[in-house]
Design a protein around this ligand. Structure first.
Ligand code: SME
Length: 157
């Protein structure tokens, strides 16, 4: 991650990411191709430890396109930060993952995390997950902009 980003810095970078993502998805409707490039755009922009998607399949989450180290492939409903965000159908911003009951540590390097639902017709179809090696990396600005980005992804499903 880029250290010490101000809210304005973040907003600027997210706005550029959003424009890039809209451009990429204008011409691509394939789910895997689309989500792979969304992960790449965010990784290039913010250099987070890990960023990618978990897809809802057969009542569990299965690892989808991502950028970063190897991650766990399946997460049950309600389990970990991802499973909790799925169950609650809301974004979870976790400033210290070690304090989150049931956090699933795919990587020992991760210290903070944000998980944002992607919905189609109101139902969660995937989750965007970003992890940082820094504590308190994510805040309300990340929530706001990542929710906007995720709101544009439902049509891929
Ligand atoms: N930490 C997540 C698991 C996924 S990895 O971070 C990529 C969780 O608790 O659900």
């Amino acid at each position: 991650m880029i250290e010490s980003l101000t809210t304005n810095d973040k907003a600027l970078i997210y706005t550029e990411c959003h424009t890039r993502i809209e451009g990429l998805l204008e011409t691509e409707t394939d789910l895997i191709a689309g989500l792979a490039n969304v992960s790449a755009v965010l990784k290039e922009a913010f250099h987070w430890w890990w960023v990618g998607f978990y897809l809802v399949k057969d009542k569990q989450l299965v690892l989808g396109p991502f950028q970063g180290p190897v991650a766990c492939t399946r997460i049950a409903f309600g389990k970990g930060v991802c499973g909790a965000a799925w169950a609650q159908n809301e974004t979870l911003v976790v400033k210290d993952v070690h304090q989150f009951p049931g956090h699933i540590a795919c990587s020992a390097e991760s210290n903070s995390e944000i998980v944002v639902p992607v919905c189609k017709h109101g139902a969660v179809v995937a989750l965007l997950d970003a992890d940082s090696e820094h504590f308190s990396c994510f805040d309300e600005t990340d929530r706001l902009f990542l929710e906007k980005i995720c709101a544009t992804l439902g049509h891929l499903f």
